[in-house]
Design a protein around this ligand. Structure first.
Ligand SMILES: *[C@@H]1O[C@H](CO)[C@@H](O)[C@H](O)[C@H]1NC(C)=O
Ligand SMILES: *[C@@H]1O[C@H](CO)[C@@H](O)[C@H](O)[C@H]1NC(C)=O
Ligand SMILES: *[C@@H]1O[C@H](CO)[C@@H](O)[C@H](O)[C@H]1NC(C)=O
Ligand SMILES: *[C@@H]1O[C@H](CO)[C@@H](O)[C@H](O)[C@H]1NC(C)=O
Ligand SMILES: *[C@@H]1O[C@H](CO)[C@@H](O)[C@H](O)[C@H]1NC(C)=O
Ligand SMILES: *[C@@H]1O[C@H](CO)[C@@H](O)[C@H](O)[C@H]1NC(C)=O
Length: 623
């Protein structure tokens, strides 16, 4: 009986020693992270300033005591007199207790200049302090949410965006489920030696559901920051931050796989852990499914508030009146273009958000409205960095309108063939080709319904402020019942190879050039490839020093592979993405002529929309 007890004491002693060392270690490189993110005083004054300040001082004392005692979150309230005070402080969990106290001290000093105001909020990188004359402990979101993006772009935006996207999404999902609503995590940027660090935190007095709601807001806000190297977003109940530079020690990361603890040493533990982990994982999947279904059911109810609805990621029902006034009665000045499915107008909603409104042109041929709405719901659930987001719809009488996010740099065709011809450098073209491939791979292989674009062309590839591509008009073919007959998956991706060649050459596939023997782009590309002179296809406005010949050759070969006659020899879109990102030369090459090159009268195929091309191909393949 004695021995185990002795051992126990030894272990406790050892623990104590380790703790002392840890605390000393942390003290050595202290940093309370006093970068000020936000500080505001409320605009109302208390009725009795003296009372309020007495109460405020008392709550601050209590808060400080809690922090000195090792907590990183505390609330305190005082209610004597006519002016009660409620106060709250929260430190990021990675701060040491002493840094946490230092951060609080700075925040409380900063809040002193709010003088008679009945509330204040001060947010630093390291901590958050708030007080009010009313109880706000369960408040998770309010209109004061904000974000701050860094001012430097990451070296490899595409890979960086992907890593940040994955990291933030993980934090968003894991935080409401984690202990103390806090997760610190990191993710490596593929193709670079860069790591992104991220932290998410909700205040402990809001429930899990409120934490989730709050994370949805800051997540959405923060998504506007990449490819900037860092960003922070905050709301009343939570905080989300990412950065390319480590802002917490490596050993401070929390595991986001909450059910899996794989650090057990013995095999038996590992086995049990694995078993429970497996069961936990199954339960988790089940829980997510149930949550998804129930939250979806809730979201289906039409909502009046547009902002709310878009936050909840369902399609919003916009009122015709709002859209009409947002686009100045669909005026010519607001017209952005004419797409295959209808005209597109720029609109500015009452809340100042810019949107693109598409007036669908196929009123006659449309099936029942219910069908339209269910299709819109499907399309609005397709969310990917490289796919234009459908925000919602509107129907009035026979008119059907779709509302999309607005893209400031309009479409790729303007930059390839239009007024801005020659202004895209190689890096931008590279990102556009890769991003478009990623968007298509998602549509073909990752979304739960396989969606074939069938109209991929430069005018359907929109560019955001950073020239990252977003594919437009996907899924709309689903709205045309009569077109379903030749919805051929066999030729999925065929036109994509053509678009790649157009981007590299800066030429329309439907036009010939005198210096290319009046050959169409595809025929010329194949001829040059066969003679091992592919690089001659490259747009001469491109700076030779900007690109590696090897890269250009590789992209041309991948493009040609996508247009090969036999479906079996064409890579899938996810293979295309992998091939494009691989280093060095390809391990396979296009071996057979693209189908178009064999057709003498192939010109009509590319003069109009690619859906005609699909139709032509379908006829051919019927032979
Ligand atoms: C974490 O790493 C830092 C150095 O980066 C070190 O000072 C500290 O002792 C480590 N803490 C733990 C818990 O391992
Ligand atoms: C208090 O004043 C300082 C210095 O002018 C300022 O930086 C800070 O933002 C102010 N605090 C609040 C809560 O307004
Ligand atoms: C509250 O504390 C501040 C700073 O310590 C001090 O200046 C002020 O006089 C105090 N107010 C009251 C009412 O005790
Ligand atoms: C609140 O009090 C401050 C200082 O006492 C004063 O400058 C300010 O005008 C007051 N604001 C309002 C809205 O009464
Ligand atoms: C970014 O902002 C910092 C400080 O605000 C400034 O010193 C730096 O020059 C800026 N960098 C760029 C690339 O604008
Ligand atoms: C990591 O990337 C930086 C900047 O791109 C570079 O200077 C450094 O040599 C790289 N380090 C390794 C180990 O690849």
């Amino acid at each position: 009986m004695h021995q185990p007890r002795e051992r126990c004491k030894m272990i406790i002693l050892l623990w104590a020693i380790i703790w002392v060392f840890l605390l000393m270690g942390e003290g050595a490189n202290s940093d309370p992270q006093l970068n000020l993110l936000n500080s505001v005083c409320s605009q109302y004054n208390v009725t009795n300033v003296q009372d309020f300040h007495t109460n405020l001082n008392a709550t601050f004392l209590k808060l400080r005591e809690e922090l000195v005692g090792g907590n990183n979150f505390a609330t305190a309230d005082e209610a004597p007199g006519s002016s009660p005070t409620y106060a709250m402080v929260q430190c990021r969990n990675y701060l040491s207790p002493s840094d946490c106290v230092a951060c609080f001290d700075a925040a409380s000093t900063n809040s002193r200049n709010c003088s008679a105001a009945n509330g204040a909020r001060v947010i630093y990188d390291g901590c958050f302090l708030r007080y009010e004359s009313n109880n706000f402990y369960d408040q998770s979101t309010d209109e004061g949410h904000s974000m701050i993006c860094g001012n430097e772009t990451a070296l490899e935006p595409t890979a960086f965006n992907a890593a940040v996207g994955g990291l933030l999404n993980g934090l968003r999902v894991a935080t409401p489920r984690s202990n103390g609503y806090y997760v610190a995590s990191k993710k490596e940027v593929i193709s670079g030696n860069i790591t992104v660090y991220g932290v998410a935190q909700c205040i402990e007095t809001i429930g899990k559901g409120s934490c989730r709601d709050c994370m949805a807001v800051v997540y959405r806000d923060l998504q506007r920051c990449p490819p900037m190297t860092h960003g922070r977003a905050m709301d009343a109940g939570c905080f989300l931050r990412y950065s390319e530079s480590p802002f917490f020690a490596d050993n401070q990361t929390t595991s986001s796989f909450l059910f899996l603890k794989n650090e057990s040493s013995s095999k038996k533990h590992a086995l049990i852990g694995g078993l429970f982990g497996g069961i936990g994982f199954l339960l988790l999947v089940l829980a997510v499914c149930i949550w998804f279904r129930s939250s979806r059911r809730k979201k289906m109810a039409p909502r009046g508030d547009i902002i709310e609805a878009t936050e909840l990621q369902g399609p919003a029902n916009y009122s015709y009146r709002d859209l009409n006034s947002a686009t100045h009665n669909f005026s010519l000045e607001n017209k952005l273009g004419e797409g295959g499915f209808g005209d597109v107008y720029k609109g500015v909603l009452k809340n100042g958000n810019e949107v693109a409104v598409k007036k669908l042109a196929f009123v006659q041929s449309l099936r029942a409205k219910a069908d339209f709405e269910s299709e819109v719901r499907i399309i609005s659930n397709v969310q990917h960095r490289n796919l234009l987001r459908l925000l919602g719809c509107c129907s009035k009488g026979a008119e059907l309108l779709l509302v999309y996010e607005f893209m400031p740099n309009s479409s790729l065709d303007k930059f390839l063939f239009g007024e801005k011809k020659g202004s895209l450098n190689w890096k931008q073209r590279f990102d556009i080709i890769l991003g478009t491939a990623r968007g298509l791979a998602y549509l073909h292989e990752e979304f739960h319904l396989r969606i074939i674009h069938r109209d991929i062309k430069p005018s359907n590839i929109l560019l955001d402020h950073d020239f990252q591509p977003k594919i437009a008009d996907f899924g709309l073919a689903r709205l045309f019942p009569q077109d379903r007959t030749h919805l051929s998956t066999r030729f999925a991706g065929t036109p994509y190879g053509v678009v790649v060649l157009e981007i590299i050459s800066g030429r329309r596939s439907s036009e010939t050039k005198p210096d290319s023997d009046h050959e169409y782009l595809l025929k010329q590309a194949w001829g040059l490839y066969e003679n091992n002179r592919h690089e001659e296809l490259v747009d001469e406005t491109l700076d030779r020093t900007e690109y590696e010949t090897e890269d250009v050759r590789k992209f041309i070969e991948i493009a040609l592979m996508c247009i090969q006659a036999s479906a079996a020899s064409r890579p899938t879109m996810s293979e295309v993405v992998l091939l494009m990102r691989s280093k060095g030369p390809l391990d396979r090459r296009p071996s057979s002529k693209p189908i178009f090159v064999e057709l003498d009268n192939s010109t009509s195929i590319f003069t109009d929309s690619a859906s005609n091309a699909t139709a032509s191909i379908s006829r051919l393949s019927g032979r």
